[in-house]
Design a protein around this ligand. Structure first.
Ligand code: NDP
Ligand code: MG
Length: 385
């Protein structure tokens, strides 16, 4: 494989930082040619000074001035604003764009990158939850690939490679179960921000960590898998696996199951997406089988954590329902993190917003974004009641 030229959208986040490490460990194979940051301009400057990307993107002119003052080299371009993210996604020196912006901010840049003929390494699951059909159609039109970075989907991608989709019976997503996997239901009312942010197996950004605690993360991932692998939602199942060693599985029609395993470190799926189809030797540690001891699997508690059934219902309903679910969840997570609502209110708000506007039709990106906005407004109002 020759060197792959990559733009990192969300370079300052948890996934972005792991991607920078992967790039630093694979010089000559992965070259970072573009990076974006949002609030953390200091971090962006540190990483840019190390990897020296030609193009950068920040939210506004003040952030640009701060960035330039901290850079020890002269980049070819610094883009600003939401349009700047799209310009960066189209950067002519790039082959691939890693989308690792939290929430729906990655949507327009993903379309821009596909239109400009770039492959996508996709971490931001919200992009497929909101507009999976449109994104997959754009990828087909441009003849580009969407390589999954989310560990479950990267695992399934690895298990499916080279196989006939007609031989797949079901996809089985593993879930750690989050910090409250075994908690009694009545204790969930008093869950604090700190408790919810203490994930047992992964270190991630705040939004996805809360999503893991409510299991909305797994719900979003069911919808993400539906689009990535073109498998209907009824054939996508979830099993709780507290050790997070088996990252997901594919069951074939003969009953055989393939699983992908590694330590729970996002550099595994990031590296595979960035270097696919090659497997490169790096510094990632192998599994020590005897010291793993045991791997456990159990049924999710669907009654205590309604997120999985809500996501399945939204996927079956189709249209704008998944976008509505996603938007209501994003708002509810912000409200919980700000200390304004109790933990179970997150799924109560999503349930209520889905009931009130989940039947909006799908359509083009603009109408999906209009539904996203309508759902956000209902969710804000609901959270303040
Ligand atoms: P973080 O919160 O750690 O990072 C988010 C990134 O997005 C940062 O670079 C942040 O910039 C940037 N950002 C935030 N808001 C905006 C905005 N409005 N416009 C442009 N950029 C913005 O999140 P994670 O890295 O944890 O997650 C990123 C995505 O990857 C999410 O969609 C998540 O679901 C997905 N994912 C994450 C995994 C993980 O292990 N972390 C695993 C699987 C999927 P700044 O920090 O400078 O403000
Ligand atoms: Mg995941």
């Amino acid at each position: 494989m020759s060197c792959r030229n990559i733009v990192l959208l969300g370079a300052t986040g948890s996934i972005g930082q792991s991607a920078c490490r992967v790039a630093r460990e694979l010089p000559g194979r992965v070259r970072v040619v573009g990076m974006s940051g949002f609030r953390n301009i200091g971090r962006l400057a540190v990483e840019a000074n190390r990897l020296r990307p030609a193009a950068l993107a920040v939210p506004d002119a003040a952030a640009e001035a701060e960035l330039r003052a901290k850079l020890d080299y002269q980049p070819a371009a610094v883009f600003t604003g939401p349009a700047g993210l799209e310009q960066l996604a189209r950067w002519e020196g790039a082959d691939m764009v890693l989308v690792a912006i939290v929430g729906t901010g990655g949507l327009r840049p993903t379309f821009a990158a596909l239109e400009a003929g770039k492959d996508i390494a996709l971490a931001s699951k919200e992009v497929l939850v909101v507009a999976g059909q449109l994104v997959m159609a754009a990828a087909r039109r441009s003849g580009r690939r969407i390589l999954p970075v989310d560990s479950e989907h990267n695992a399934i991608f690895q298990c499916l490679e080279g196989r006939d989709p007609g031989q797949v019976r079901r996809l089985i997503l593993t879930a750690s179960g989050g910090p409250f996997r075994a908690w009694p239901e009545d204790k969930l009312l008093a869950v604090t921000r700190q408790e919810a942010l203490r994930h047992p197996t992964w270190h991630m950004g705040e939004k996805i960590t809360i999503d893991s605690a409510t299991l909305f993360n797994k719900g979003l991932e069911m919808i993400e898998a539906r689009w990535l692998f073109d498998v209907e939602i009824a054939r996508i199942d979830v099993v709780v696996h507290p050790q997070s060693i088996v990252h997901s599985m594919v069951e074939f029609v003969d009953g055989s199951v393939l699983a992908q395993m590694s330590h729970s470190d996002m550099r595994f799926p990031i590296q595979y997406a960035l270097t696919w189809p090659d497997r490169l030797a790096g510094s990632l540690p192998p599994l020590e089988w005897a010291s793993l001891g045991r791997l456990d699997f159990e049924e999710p508690r669907y009654d205590v954590f309604p997120a999985l059934n809500l996501a399945r219902q939204a996927a079956e309903q189709g249209g704008a329902a998944p976008a509505v679910l996603n938007a209501a969840n994003e708002v509810a997570v912000v409200e919980f993190l700000a200390g304004r609502i109790a933990f179970p209110r997150i799924w109560q708000i999503v349930t209520s917003v889905l009931e009130r506007c989940g039947d909006r039709p799908g359509g083009d990106l603009e109408s999906l974004l209009a539904s996203d906005l309508a759902a956000r407004e209902l969710a804000w109002a609901e959270a303040r009641r």
